[in-house]
Write a protein of this length. Structure first.
Length: 171
């Protein structure tokens, strides 16, 4: 939806080619679906929704459909591109422990120091960079690697995040 297409069929064909590419390289897209991973008798679910955003971005995400088969899984991770989704629907309606988002790119400009973060994007997005918590639910917003509009970054470096999940004492 970042481009204007002459015909809806061209847009759909392009999307099918993108999905095919990811399939060929062994990468599973989670488009309003989830998978369960089991290790040493413990289970966790990874769920992915299609885009869910405020206009002008479309809302293809269907969280209800995404969570259909994982209600009984105690630990859930949600991949949701736009961090606005977390406050609008995730923390209000689910028990998802961790949501991973991006979308804002930190506006590709700002100050990102150890004890100080600032970017003009914070005036548009409440959750725009780093870790947020509401009760027992967490959101992590990554700056990403890419760019939108201006092909560069000023003070808001590209980011790859590594997370280590550690089982609690109960299991």
């Amino acid at each position: 939806d970042y481009s204007t297409w002459d015909w809806p069929e061209k847009k759909e064909r392009n999307f099918e080619l993108i999905k095919y590419f990811f399939q060929k390289i062994g990468f599973r897209l989670l488009l309003n679906e989830s998978v369960v991973i089991e290790e040493h008798g413990q289970q966790l679910a990874i769920a992915g929704v299609e885009n869910w955003g405020h206009p002008p971005f479309k809302q293809y995400g269907d969280l209800g459909k995404t969570l259909e088969n994982i209600q009984d899984i105690p630990f859930k991770i949600l991949l949701s591109h736009d961090p606005s989704h977390w406050k609008e629907e995730v923390i209000r309606d689910t028990d998802i422990a961790l949501t991973l988002s991006g979308h804002t790119h930190g506006m590709q400009a700002g100050i990102n120091l150890k004890n100080r973060k600032w970017s003009p994007i914070q005036y548009k997005y409440e959750h725009w960079s780093g870790l947020y918590q509401e009760g027992e639910q967490y959101l992590y917003v990554n700056h990403g690697l890419g760019w939108l509009g201006f092909p560069g970054r000023l003070g808001m470096r590209p980011e790859i995040t590594c997370l280590e999940l550690v089982c609690g004492e109960e299991g």
